[in-house]
Write a protein that binds this ligand. Structure first.
Ligand code: ADX
Length: 180
């Protein structure tokens, strides 16, 4: 990937969706680092971070997730208008909510990336110990356990994070962005 290709990347919203533990935040950071290293202005909107501030009043009911995604979509839109490359990392489990977020943007500005890892893999990793808690009934409405995740039907990019090397996935995303 040459510098010229990266220079051509326009302000946009890269929307990473997938199960908890699928690797959305890791990908967001790696992509942001790569773009920032080439002088692009990026910002990561990560569910775990936002739920401690802007969205601290929200839980994990379907309605609260819808509101979470709506707010993040609106913030991302403003940031794209300000000229940033925005990387969103949210489970965003429901197709309807994701398409409402997409509808906020101009054609081509919203890039849905399905960060795909099997539930069994995410559960085995269990980085935050939340799957174990959900299995024991200490956490309810947990995505993949007792709350559903609707796979994106036609994501712009589909990443098998359990099979692909991280830097290869970053390269795939940058190639897509540079050619769109
Ligand atoms: S979303 O469904 O509304 O898009 P979001 O990405 O903001 O979710 O937050 C997900 C993060 O919240 C998970 O990575 C996990 O750390 C934490 N979390 C806590 N409770 C739950 C739950 N019931 N379901 C999913 N994630 C949860």
């Amino acid at each position: 990937m040459n510098k010229q290709a990266i220079t051509n990347i326009k302000p946009c919203c890269i929307w990473l969706t997938g199960l908890s533990g699928a690797g959305k935040s890791t990908l967001a950071i790696a992509l942001s680092d790569k773009l920032s290293g080439q002088g692009k202005h990026t910002f990561i909107l990560d569910g775990d971070v936002l739920r401690k501030g802007l969205n601290q009043d929200l839980g994990f009911s379907d309605a609260d997730r819808t509101e979470n995604i709506r707010r993040v979509g609106e913030v991302a839109k403003l940031m794209v208008q300000a000229g940033l490359i925005v990387i969103v990392a949210l489970i965003s489990p429901f197709a309807k909510d994701r398409s409402l977020a997409r509808a906020l943007f101009k054609e081509g500005e919203f890039i849905e990336v399905f960060v795909d890892a099997p539930l069994a893999t995410c559960e085995l990793r269990d980085v935050k110990g939340l799957y174990a808690k959900a299995r024991m009934g200490e956490l309810t409405s947990f995505t993949g356990i007792d709350s559903s995740y609707e796979h994106p039907a036609k994501p712009e990019i589909h990443i098998h994070s359990d099979q692909e090397d991280l830097q290869y996935s970053v390269l795939r995303m940058i190639k897509y962005l540079a050619n769109s």
